[in-house]
Design a protein around this ligand. Structure first.
Ligand code: NOJ
Length: 469
């Protein structure tokens, strides 16, 4: 079994998630997920970007013939690894209880197909498509979720552990709860600004985030039983924080607390089994009931991860702003000084380099994989010409972030691989199909795939690196 996370060679790949690519939401006994409700019932993309999209078809990746063709493109790019997520409601349509064998068979076949192509499967257990049956019972707010998630994880480990040794528990826990779920609630309630949240909202989400982290640690415990000798990690959205005004004490304090909320909370939890005191105090001041139980912290402490998955897009420029939750004003647009703005924030590859050195220095140099990195800039960077899509800005973004990653590795950061988000254009959550992040263009009406300039550049970059250049 090829173990790409084992120390040694650097691995190259791309990342995706079930809900964003699979489609076929009614097939083979899949249960509903909260995102089916967010898209269809709450009309979340309409609330955010003004047009109604759903992921019923997405990019048809659930279809075997399509998937084999897609894997052929992965081979053409020279990928060592492919990160995908397992859809919890395909495995357990009600979230708990009866296992849906057709769902298990699907992922088992996909793993076989990847392995047959020489590509290491890197499954994520949870990438936001939470089973609706359990969401209706409170979802991550219900403490039973700790067992629900660990039991689901065990089903997946049992099904795949004979062929897969590296797993990721959660994708971007913070974004799921503090961004997407809050936006969904506001879309449901038809609020005028679904993107505007309060400190009380953040206080309310804090215990759910704690349950989620405890569930993660319980899944790590199950992993130790089912996949001895394997490696398990968590994929975190890490944002180096920078005060908008470096001389303004309130901005400096806001950047520090934002760093706690976005970065330290999760790194401390996953690697040390502790929470940063400043973050707990800030959240507690908006929800006195937020008091992480000692026995949960013991579960976290007993089950550290083997590696950190870094999802990096940009730093966050932060200013103190009372109109934002906890007074932490940061966002992608109003604090982004770039002339051409990337969807996910300012383009600063050197911040990825610094982040990797910080993880090396502050957390005793744990193994790291870049589990997501990539960009979209809009139509200006997606110009179809003669059967090729020109995307010079994305190409430049990926090239410079790879350089930053390899520079940190050369300076001793234990970075073992790099995955682009994403190989294919896909369903970008609250923005639907409007935002493209792929190195392969997808015509969403016909499912036709057309490699972009960035696909060729990434393929050449991988080949050069392998040749030692
Ligand atoms: C983070 C998420 O994990 C992924 O689902 C999303 O599509 C990308 N970032 C791009 O925004």
């Amino acid at each position: 079994m090829a173990d790409v996370m084992a120390k040694g060679d650097f691995f190259w790949g791309a990342a995706s998630s079930a809900f964003q690519v699979e489609g076929h939401v009614h097939d083979d006994g899949r249960g509903r997920s909260k995102w089916d409700v967010y898209t269809h019932d709450y009309r979340i993309t309409e609330a955010v970007v003004g047009h109604q999209d759903d992921a019923d078809v997405a990019i048809n990746a659930y279809d075997r013939a399509q998937s084999l063709a897609d894997i052929a493109l992965m081979r053409e790019a020279g990928l060592d690894a492919y990160r995908f997520s397992v859809s919890w409601p395909r495995i357990l349509p009600e979230g708990t209880g009866t296992v849906n064998q057709a769902g298990v068979d699907h992922y088992s076949r996909f793993v076989d197909d990847l392995l047959a192509a020489g590509i290491t499967p890197l499954p994520t257990l949870y990438h936001w498509d939470f089973p609706q049956a359990l969401h209706a019972k409170g979802g991550w707010h219900n403490r039973e979720v700790i067992d629900w998630f660990a039991d689901y994880a065990a089903v997946v480990f049992r099904a795949l552990a004979d062929r897969v040794s590296t797993f990721i528990t959660l994708n971007e826990p913070y974004i799921d709860l503090f961004m997407m779920d809050l936006i969904a609630e506001k879309a449901r309630d038809k609020r005028t600004d679904p993107m505007r949240h309060s400190s009380a909202d953040f206080g309310r989400q804090a215990p759910a985030q704690h349950n989620m982290l405890t569930a993660h640690a319980s899944a790590v415990a199950a992993f130790r039983q089912h996949v001895p000798g394997g490696m398990i990690g968590i994929a975190l959205p890490l944002y180096p924080t920078i005060p908008v005004d470096e001389n303004r004490p309130q901005d400096i304090a806001a950047a520090e607390l934002t760093d706690g909320l976005l970065n330290r909370w999760f790194l401390d939890a996953a690697l040390r089994g502790t929470y940063p005191a400043d973050v707990v105090a800030a959240l507690k001041s908006h929800n006195p009931k937020f008091a992480p139980a000692r026995e949960d912290m013991a579960v976290l402490k007993a089950n550290p991860v083997d590696f950190i998955g870094v999802n990096f897009y940009s730093p966050a420029y932060v200013r103190h702003d009372p109109d934002f939750p906890l007074g932490l004003g940061w966002g992608n647009t109003d604090t982004n000084p770039d002339e051409v703005k990337a969807f996910n924030g300012p383009v600063r590859p050197e911040q990825l380099y610094r982040l990797l050195l910080r993880i090396r220095d502050d957390y005793a140099n744990p193994p790291v994989a870049i589990t997501e990195n990539g960009a979209g800039f809009g139509d200006g960077d997606e110009v179809m010409a003669g059967g090729l899509v020109k995307d010079p800005l994305r190409t430049d973004y990926i090239t410079r972030h790879v350089e930053a990653t390899l520079k940190a590795r050369a300076e001793g950061a234990d970075v073992r691989g790099y995955l682009v988000w994403s190989l294919f254009d896909n369903f970008e959550w609250i923005q639907g199909y409007e935002r493209r992040f792929g190195m392969v263009h997808v015509d969403f009406a016909t499912q036709k795939r057309t490699p972009k300039q960035s696909f060729r550049a990434y393929r050449d970059l991988i080949a050069r690196h392998r040749a030692g250049g």
